[in-house]
Ligand binder design. Structure first.
Ligand code: SF4
Length: 444
């Protein structure tokens, strides 16, 4: 039985797509082995969000070639979509698919095998012409406790620092019927939590219409999952959303259906309006602040997490202080802080006033300190309370950890038997990067 190995860089969407490709090989009788093992085929699902992502992609491709020089090497994902020529010049690469045609991955690998690797199979097309959502069912279930379900593809926002629109193309959405079908499959396979994900999740449905011509929205995708009538779905979590795309209906659904996790990841990117404009972000700090205070008032205990870029071109010390002062007023549960990465092929890479690396480093450290302070204030507010935890990790002998609905990492005494189950935990004290608590009862 031929052996195939996978490795994935980047976001939840890429992880989902690798799981889909694994399923396609498995149903055709291939054996999936770990990437560091000897394999007949290596599939590298690449990332292009930063120059570093591309560098790591090249390193993994070369590593596959060293592990087995006779292996078929297939490269998928954003890097091979935006730079197929560069990928095709890496020694040993046989198949290049980009961010489309993953449904044909097995056929393309077999084509390369049949031509004895004499010529590359490169099917990377013009992503900007993509029309359909590539609806590939999950044939095999990921070995985790929560399942990602990709329902949206593409982005047309063109934030000036971002390469993704050039790698993923126009907006495309999975049909509501397919969402219901995949939900049933995932819950039947024993998943208590599903994470809806997409490249631009908040734009879900903009390319779809009801028979009466009405637009389909993200709320309907959420309602489809929640009302798919499948017994056993205990949690639905949303992937990253653009703040301005959050609807009142979604917030009220979060108030009324406690299966919808009280956690929203809303990238801020900067706390200064001048920089937000230069980033081509479609909101102001005042709008963002008002939205967050409304959400917190309507959904007590909700976790707001975010991404912030430090050192965007043109960000002076004064403008950075604006970001610090703004963030100090929000109270995030978690902040992912990134130094601005000059990404070739994006408008911002050509902007003047690039910020020196040393300044970026200092700003990242200052933001990280504020992020840590806000995170511990968020955790502090739950001490003494009981929260439901989906256990997903055996940390060490007798200690397990998992996530609450509002994305808090909780540790407790336990073992493998608790993994994948949801339990109420009485929260007692700070522990590592989260809280320690005592399990009082199991719900699954
Ligand atoms: S919304 Fe902006 S940052 Fe997000 S994928 Fe689209 S272009 Fe990139």
């Amino acid at each position: 039985m031929p052996q195939v190995a996978f490795t994935t860089l980047g976001c939840k969407v890429n992880q989902f797509e690798t799981e889909v490709m694994e399923g396609l090989f498995k149903v055709r009788g291939y054996k999936v082995v770990d990437f560091d093992q000897h394999a007949d085929i290596y599939v590298i699902n690449t990332c292009s969000v930063t120059n570093l992502g591309e560098k790591k992609s090249r390193q993994l491709i070369r590593r596959a070639g060293r592990q087995n020089p006779a292996a078929i090497i297939a490269v998928a994902g954003c890097y091979s979509q935006v730079s197929p020529d560069k990928v095709s010049q890496i020694p040993g690469v046989d198949v290049i698919v980009g961010t489309q045609d993953r449904t044909r991955i097995v056929e393309l690998v077999e084509e390369a095998a049949n031509n004895n690797r004499t010529c590359q199979v490169n099917v990377v097309g013009d992503i900007m012409q993509a029309k359909e959502f590539e609806d590939i069912p999950l044939f095999s279930m990921p070995g985790r406790t929560r399942a990602f379900l990709k329902i949206q593809e593409g982005c047309t926002n063109f934030c000036t620092y971002c390469i993704i629109p050039y790698a993923r193309g126009p907006l495309r959405s999975r049909s509501l019927a397919s969402i219901a079908a995949e939900t049933e499959k995932l819950v039947a396979a024993g998943f208590n939590e599903i994470v809806l994900t997409g490249i631009h999740l908040g734009a879900f449905g903009r390319d779809l219409v009801h028979n009466n011509g009405a637009e389909i929205t993200l709320v309907e995708a959420v309602e489809t999952v929640l009302s798919a009538g499948v017994k056993g779905l205990m949690r639905l979590r949303l992937g990253s959303l653009e703040s301005i795309e959050l609807s009142d209906r979604l917030i009220s659904l979060m108030q009324t259906d406690n299966r919808l996790c009280p956690h929203l990841h809303l990238p801020l990117q900067s706390g200064d309006d001048q920089i937000l404009t230069a980033m081509n972000r479609q909101y102001t700090t005042a709008q963002y602040r008002e939205l967050i205070s409304n959400i917190k008032a309507q959904v007590p205990g909700i976790a707001i997490t975010t991404d912030i870029i430090a050192g965007f071109p043109g960000e002076t010390d004064e403008l950075f202080e604006n970001t610090l002062n703004f963030v100090a007023t929000i109270g995030f549960a978690k902040i992912h802080v990134f130094p601005y990465s000059r990404r070739t092929g994006t408008p911002a890479a050509e902007f003047s006033e690039q910020v020196p690396a040393a300044d970026k480093k200092i700003r990242v450290q200052r933001l990280q300190r504020l992020a840590d302070k806000q995170s511990s204030e968020f955790y502090q507010s739950f001490l003494g309370q009981k929260l439901d935890v989906l256990f997903d990790t055996v940390e060490e002998q007798g200690i397990i950890s998992g996530l609450t609905g509002n994305y808090a990492r909780i540790y407790a005494a336990g073992n493998q038997e608790s993994i994948g189950r949801i339990a109420a935990v009485k929260l007692e004290q700070f522990y590592q990067d989260g809280l320690w608590g005592e399990i009082t009862e199991y719900f699954s």
